[in-house]
Ligand binder design. Structure first.
Ligand code: PLP
Length: 413
């Protein structure tokens, strides 16, 4: 019997979304799920993605439902790797890049979650870290993924509640004093979830130096490349800096195409394990071991999303369209941050709200207390996470004044 099973936690984000859907109030506002929404609150299939879908539909390729290889679609993987690590630019040193690519073992994953899982499973089996260090706070699923691999989780301070900014000194001091050689350190490549607060370039350099000196193993989670700033290069800056250090570092990158291609349900992603390059045979060995895990768990990644991504990234015209699509999404989010900030200023809402415009990416850590969050939900039908995290894409020109008014109301109580 299973009656003695421990109770399993319910996912806060998905259950909140469920409560939002069930709420009949016409003024309700959904700031829960991390998904892009238009001004009208609708999902947005990217124009670049739709063009590929139309091609796929008319081409009627009989192989379109075939299995992929275990490691995934090799053309997709090449594009995914090049996008992440910045290869094949017009001014690239081709010889140098050929060598650099040999350090990277890439496989297709079940989106970003699956890439995180694959990395955690691989490292737990073959590297056996004593601990994984996650930022406090972090994306809740990081905890679940590493807990399921039996690796002890430890937290490094990340968010400074007093300033709503990155607690750089706290993070460095904790890792410096408490992390031990071989520990994994989980880093959000850009647009930190849930806080929207990222290290500066100078701070990234110091984190890299710490990883090298203390022999910590960096694990980048990249779920928002191009979505956050509008530039895929800018959002990959930290990953590329770590990758290009003159003394090569081993590291992992979990790459999601959910947000930057709007392919949420198609579970499109890649996992890259970067070796230090000392032994040229190592990359292939890593790749084979990753394939061994994939085969035993789900055989291979899904086909539809990776076909779309490879066609967009492999075609100059579609790639330019994708860049426009990224600009549409990232600029609307920035506009909504500014609109919320302006409304709160206009209302003279007590407190400082600069962090709303300074934070980056899909989320804002508003600084609202649990009590205020619950009042927003119960009285105003505005749904954000208990931590005060709001998904900025849930705002629109139509609801931002209503939400600001409600925030003003709960803050003044
Ligand atoms: N990592 C972070 C930090 C995220 O915020 C997300 C999505 O919200 C993911 C990974 C993975 O999402 P997916 O599995 O849809 O790619």
């Amino acid at each position: 019997s299973f009656s003695n099973l421990p109770d399993a936690p319910v996912d806060e984000i998905f259950s909140l979304n469920h409560a939002y859907v069930a709420d009949p109030n016409p003024n309700k506002v959904n700031l829960s799920l991390g998904v892009y929404r238009t001004e009208e609150g609708q999902p947005w299939p990217l124009a670049s993605v739709e063009q590929v879908e139309q091609e796929l539909y008319t081409q009627n390729d009989p192989a379109r439902h075939e299995y992929l290889p275990i490691e995934g679609d090799s053309v997709f993987l090449g594009h995914a790797r090049d996008l992440m690590f910045g290869f094949n630019k017009p001014d690239a040193d081709v010889g140098k890049e050929v060598e650099a690519k040999k350090r990277i073992a890439s496989v297709q994953s079940i989106s970003g979650t699956g890439a995180n899982h694959l990395g955690a499973a691989f490292l737990a089996h073959h590297f056996k870290p004593k601990h994984v260090w996650v930022s406090i706070p972090t994306w809740a699923n990081h905890h679940t993924i590493w807990e399921l691999q039996g690796i002890e989780r430890k937290g490094y301070p990340y968010f400074d509640a007093a300033t709503c900014a990155f607690n750089f000194d706290g993070a460095i001091a904790t890792l410096e004093n408490e992390a031990v050689e071989g520990d994994v350190i989980l880093l959000h490549a850009c647009a930190h979830n849930p806080t929207g607060v990222d290290p500066s370039k100078e701070q990234w350099k110091e984190i890299a130096e710490l990883c090298q000196r203390k022999r910590l193993f960096p694990f980048f989670d990249s779920a928002y490349q191009g979505f956050a700033s509008g530039s895929a290069d800018e959002d990959a800056w930290a990953v590329r800096y770590f990758f290009n250090l003159s003394t090569p570092l081993e590291m992992c990158v979990a790459q999601s195409f959910s947000k930057n291609f709007g392919l949420y349900g198609h579970r499109t992603g890649a996992f890259h394990l970067v070796t230090n390059g000392a032994n040229p045979a190592e990359t292939e060995l890593v790749r084979k071991n990753l394939c061994h895990i994939i085969r035993g768990e789900y055989s291979m990644g899904p086909r539809y999303g990776s076909t779309i991504v490879k066609r967009v990234l492999g075609d100059e015209r579609l790639r330019a369209q994708w860049q426009d699509d990224l600009t549409v999404m990232s600029s609307r989010i920035k506009r909504m941050r500014q609109a919320l900030y302006d409304e709160l200023k206009r209302l003279n809402t007590p407190g400082s709200w600069e962090h709303i415009i300074n934070q980056n990416g899909m989320f804002s850590y508003t600084g609202l207390t649990l009590k205020q969050v619950l009042t927003l939900r119960d009285e105003f039908h505005i749904y954000l996470l208990k931590s005060g995290r709001a998904s900025v894409s849930g705002f629109s020109e139509k609801n931002v004044a209503y939400v600001a008014q409600a925030i003003d109301n709960v803050v003044r109580r």
